[in-house]
Design a protein around this ligand. Sequence first.
Ligand code: SF4
Ligand code: SF4
Ligand code: FES
Length: 246
Amino acid sequence: MISDTYTFKILRYDAKEPEKEPYFASYKIKVIPGLTVLAMLLRIRDEIDGTLSFRSSCRSAICGSCAMVINGKIDLACRTQVAIFETDTIILEPLPNFEVIKDLVVDMTPFWQMYEKIQPYLIRKSSEPEKEIHQSQKDRKKIDQFVNCILCACCYGACPVLNRDGNYAGPAAMAKLQRFSLDSRDERSAESLEAFNSEDGVWGCDTVFRCIEACPKDVRPTDGIVGLRKTLLKNKAKEIWRAVKK
Ligand code: SF4
Ligand code: SF4
Ligand code: FES
């Protein structure tokens, strides 16, 4: 039987002190059944070591700020109960594919830069509507899965392509691009998708589905990428057809 005292081994590093190598710090703490990894991190910081750094806010898998590697698996610390592991040692590491700022806090700049690039908002060309633009339930269903994204970057950390190519747009940005391009109210041009018609965009994906495995919200970013590929190919076919008809 696993005892109620757990050892948390947390990878510590401070980018302000690059001369010091990363190391695992160990903290022993009693865990009450039902408590999450985040709850224990907050207790470790409050009761044992105030220098420990990590991000969190909502504590309910909504804000997307507490993504990390927990016993080898990328997940949100606030939705992972300590008791699910068949061991009393919990190893915590920062999200892969990012520079570490301090301990479990990573520099999310490349993630947000890619997100900004896809123009993550409704683009309209028609004149201002007099009342809200109606969206049918059928049209809303088309974007359901992508709307659920909380921008936690679990998928970005899991993606093997980003591990070797920092220019790759990544699963979250492309899932969002598909979310807006499928939205019945969005009027972005076919050309705006062209910026992602490259090896750094939709064609860079290895379709190994690690992002799907890592996503805590069942967004399935690979579906978005495959959907974008289909749209781009359809647009190309239409363009060729128009040229042949001339
Ligand atoms: S697609 Fe999933 S894993 Fe990726 S940022 Fe969105 S919620 Fe997080
Ligand atoms: S399916 Fe594509 S985007 Fe998702 S983890 Fe694999 S390579 Fe990355
Ligand atoms: S604290 Fe908000 S998602 Fe975990």
